[in-house]
Each structure stands twice: as C-alpha cells, then as structure tokens.
Design a protein around this ligand. Structure first.
Ligand SMILES: Cc1cc2nc3c(=O)[nH]c(=O)nc-3n(C[C@H](O)[C@H](O)[C@H](O)COP(=O)(O)OP(=O)(O)OC[C@H]3O[C@@H](n4cnc5c(N)ncnc54)[C@H](O)[C@@H]3O)c2cc1C
Length: 386
C-alpha cells in the first residue's frame, strides 16, 4: 500500500486535518490543485470569525501562536439588529465569562502557516499542483488516479476539496444543494469611529449585513444579499459603495473608506447524504455548506478535521482505516453540531427573508425575547464558542 490516507484538497480544513495527524505514524499524501496565495501587505477580503474552539484546535497544531497578532482582532461584543428599530440582541464576552467571543483572522494568513507546517511534515507527501481525475473504492483499498498519470493506493481517502467536491461525486455520495439566490459581497474598510472590538449584524429587507472588526480602525463587511442587489453594489464607484454601506449600517462606525475592492461569492446550502462510506470520509465544505450569516462554516470544518483525526488516532482494534464501522464513529461525532448549525442558520435566513408583517413581528420579537433571557443567551454563546 502506498499510503494509509490520501487527502484531496488542502484548504484550511484539509490542511489542518493533515497536520493533526503529523505524529500519528501514518503515511499520508495530500493532493492540492493550487498552491496557496503568497503573503501580502493588503488586507485579505476573505476574513473568518474563528471560534475559541477552533482557535484551541489551531493552537494544538502550533499555528495559532504563530499568527501575526497585529493582524488578529478579538471580538468582545456582538450587536445583532432586526428589521424593526427596537429589535436587537447583544452578546458580550464579559457577561458570558469568556476572554472573547471569536477572533477575526485573514484566511490567507492561516492558510500560509498551515502550508509552511505541511512542507516540513515528515509523514506527508505534498502533491501540488495536481488534480485527481479518477477514483475507485475497492474492498481492500482506494485507487486514485492523478491528472499527471500517477496512481495512488490508500486505505482511506479524505475528501476536503470544498463545496463542489470532486471526490464526493466520484464516490457517488449524493448531496442536496439549495441556492439562496444570494451573493456574499465582501470588502474591507477603514472607519472614522472605533469599533471597540464589536461585531455588528443587521437583518435587513435586502439581506444580512455584517461588520467584522479588524485591528485598528478597520472592519470587514459581508453583505449577504440577492443576486441583483449584489451586482448593483459591485457596480458602484468606491465612494458611493462606502456611503451605501455606512448608511445600511446605521452609521455605526461613521464614514467609511474602501481598503480592498469589493468581491462576491455565491451563497448556497449543501448537505451531503453521508459523511462516510467505505474507504472515504468527507470533511469541511465537501460535506456541508452553511449560509455565512452565523460565520460558522470554517469552524464546523475545523471540528470535522479535529474529530476525524481523533477517531483515527483512537482506532483501538480497527486495523483498516477505511473500515466503515470506524468511519461511522466520526459521522456520529459530527451529527449534532452540523444539524444544529444548519438548522439555526437556515431557519434564521428564512425567517428574515420572509415577507409580511406576521413574519416581521415574530423575528423581531424573537430577538428581543432572546436578549431578555440570560440563560438562553448563554446557551447560544456556549454553542458558538465551539
Ligand atoms: C462570503 C463568505 C463568508 C464566509 N465567512 C465565514 C466566516 O466568517 N467564518 C467561517 O467559519 N466561515 C465562513 N465562510 C465559510 C468558509 O469560507 C468555508 O466553510 C471554508 O473555506 C471551507 O474550507 P474547506 O477547506 O472545506 O474548502 P475550500 O476552502 O473550498 O478548499 C478546498 C480545496 O480543495 C482544492 N481542490 C478542489 N478540487 C480539487 C481536486 N479535484 N483535486 C485537488 N484539489 C482540489 C481547492 O483548490 C481548495 O484548496 C464564509 C463563506 C463565504 C462564501
């Protein structure tokens, strides 16, 4: 057998999974189509709110402590506004008794550190740039053929190749995909007023607008909005976009100045029918994609990477890593988190997208009610902390 495990895809989730197995005594290969972008001085427009649970996982990999602290911002407060003037929900790290609710990091920064670790990982062959073109899952092994003609044999294939996962499709695992008919428009801004480490979110008629605090007087915007409105926002000149975003955010941070050109991502929900089948397991967006309104997609993926690595390390009497009874332990370990987050994000998205006065009353009353119930608020915070 060439390898114990072949991982397809070295995004944040596949790369962190490979690193979590660095001392495992297993032989690994990681196939990635594109090398990560080189470090740059400008602010990455792909920003993540990393939960304390994910930060602890990255800490265990030696990545968290190597992040440039000048480019990480702790979130101490979260202010969520409904579409009625008085509807709001506030979370505070102080009230919840935690150091921070989340940390805002640049995707590129975490990816670069993971990549550096992989380049020095002794039990790993990094095959990049390369694409997989054929997969056969047999009783005794998985056989993967690469575009360059090489064939890899492994006990287990881990699909970490994102939402449009080639490996998931090649294994014949069905996935339900629902388009929200929305784009996530992202851009970074300098702001006239300090954010005091606060993340803001507004549920609006034209979607969900979020301001995530960046170090200094800067913030990163994610506006999840119908396709046509996203197109209109992207066509605006810089000054007009700044004015539009500041007004939509109730001037919470004063005047804005664009730091990076706005760009957009299509938003869809995806759920694979299974996270495991004989000789294959799915992690990250290959297995589930959420609406970004809860900012939890990559956190869920890190949870997959951590739990699959743990199951494989604690495999006890299982000698074959691709055995389905072993992989089902991983699937069971992830079921609750994935279902709960999918339910909450999808439910919120539908509730706030629903037209009509009754839905508006319900959602705004729900925000105020949750705000008034410290026990419920604490429960929500604990789950979001991961
Ligand atoms: C607008 C927006 C905002 C978001 N904000 C947040 C946030 O604040 N917090 C959060 O937690 N999540 C957020 N998310 C979600 C987050 O981006 C994803 O959940 C996360 O990036 C998934 O990581 P991944 O490693 O599973 O997949 P990907 O990042 O898609 O990586 C897949 C990798 O596989 C490689 N690949 C693909 N096909 C092949 C192949 N055939 N062979 C070899 N390699 C292949 C690709 O090159 C890529 O490197 C957001 C998403 C959007 C759209």
């Amino acid at each position: 057998m060439d390898f114990d495990i072949v991982i397809v895809g070295a995004g944040l989730v596949g790369a962190s999974f490979a690193m979590a197995l660095r001392g495992a005594g297993l032989k690994l290969a990681l196939v990635e189509a594109q090398a990560p972008a080189a470090a740059a001085d400008n602010w990455d427009s792909r920003i993540y709110a990393i939960s304390p649970g994910s930060a602890a996982f990255l800490q265990s990999l030696g990545v968290w402590k190597r992040l440039d602290r000048e480019r990480v911002c702790a979130v101490h407060e979260m202010h969520i506004h409904g579409d009625a003037a008085d509807a709001q929900l506030r979370f505070s790290a102080y009230e919840a008794g935690v150091a921070e609710l989340a940390s805002i990091v640049e995707s590129r920064g975490v990816q670069a550190l993971l990549w550096q670790g992989l380049e020095h990982q002794h039990n790993l062959e990094l095959i990049c740039p390369e694409r997989c073109v054929a997969l056969e899952l047999r009783d005794d092994a998985a056989e993967l053929t690469l575009a360059g003609g090489r064939t890899l044999h492994a006990r287990l294939v881990v699909a970490a190749d994102g939402m449009h996962s080639w490996a998931r499709q090649a294994a014949g695992i069905a996935a339900e995909v629902i388009s929200y008919g929305q784009m996530g428009v992202v851009a970074n801004f300098a702001c006239a007023r300090p954010h005091h480490d606060t993340a803001f979110q507004w549920f609006r008629e034209d979607g969900v607008l979020a301001y995530l605090p960046l170090p200094g007087q800067r913030m990163s915007m994610v506006w999840s909005t119908p396709d046509a409105h996203a197109g209109e926002l992207l066509s605006l000149p810089g000054d007009a976009l700044c004015a539009r975003v500041a007004k939509a955010g109730k001037d919470a941070l004063g005047e804005l100045e664009l730091l990076s050109a706005a760009t957009q991502f299509p938003l869809a929900r995806l759920r694979a029918a299974r996270l495991a089948a004989p000789r294959i397991a799915l992690i990250g967006d290959a297995g589930h994609v959420l609406h970004p309104l809860a900012g939890q997609g990559v956190n869920l993926g890190f949870g997959d990477a951590r739990d699959l690595a743990r199951v494989l390390l604690q495999r006890e009497l299982f000698r074959d890593l691709g055995e389905i009874r072993l992989l089902r332990r991983y699937e069971r370990a992830r079921a609750e988190d994935i279902l709960a987050l999918a339910w909450v994000t999808d439910g919120l998205q539908r509730l706030f997208a629903a037209p009509g006065g009754a839905a508006a009353k319900l959602r705004n009353a729900g925000l105020n009610l949750t705000n008034a119930l410290p026990v419920l608020k604490n429960l929500l915070v604990r789950r979001a902390l991961g």
